[in-house]
Write a protein that binds this ligand. Sequence first.
Ligand code: S3P
Length: 172
Amino acid sequence: MAKNIVLVGFMGTGKSATGQLIAEELNRSFIDMDTLIEERAGKKISAIFADEGEPHFRQLEHNLAVELSRESDLVIACGGGIVLNPANIAAFSQTGLVFCLHADPDEILQRVARQSHRPLLEGDNDKAQAIRDLLAKRQSLYQAIPLSIDTNGHKPIDTAREVLKVYHASAP
Ligand code: S3P
């Protein structure tokens, strides 16, 4: 039984792409929390936000974090807001190594510019400002995660290698 590898970080930091590559490399199951929440709810995250509201989504997210933290050998990509509830990080930390992926606002904007599935960036015409505001509000929560990976200018494969290096060094 090996510890879960849990990727957190702001939207557009590459959690899903990086997590998939890590799971392939280690031959483990990959869980994208948002995808699993969508499959179980039978609707997109944006529809959950619109129909039931953000607090309901946060509850689903928390329930899933607790559920997954009881398992092992997983690679898990979280939604960007997972850090908003400290109980999520506490649960994941009990059975896994939690990595925070970081990227600067400009790079995040480039990565998410042509996507439209993130309700927290959609209401605002000025996506760049929305990213800066939300990132500023959450910065201390992301920075509180001890294992931190800079993804600026890096492709998911480079970030995956970086995570694996730390993982192998701390959980041989
Ligand atoms: C959110 C990030 C999204 C998704 C939801 C809320 C957030 O996931 O969970 O739209 O609060 O930062 P990604 O980080 O995968 O975009």
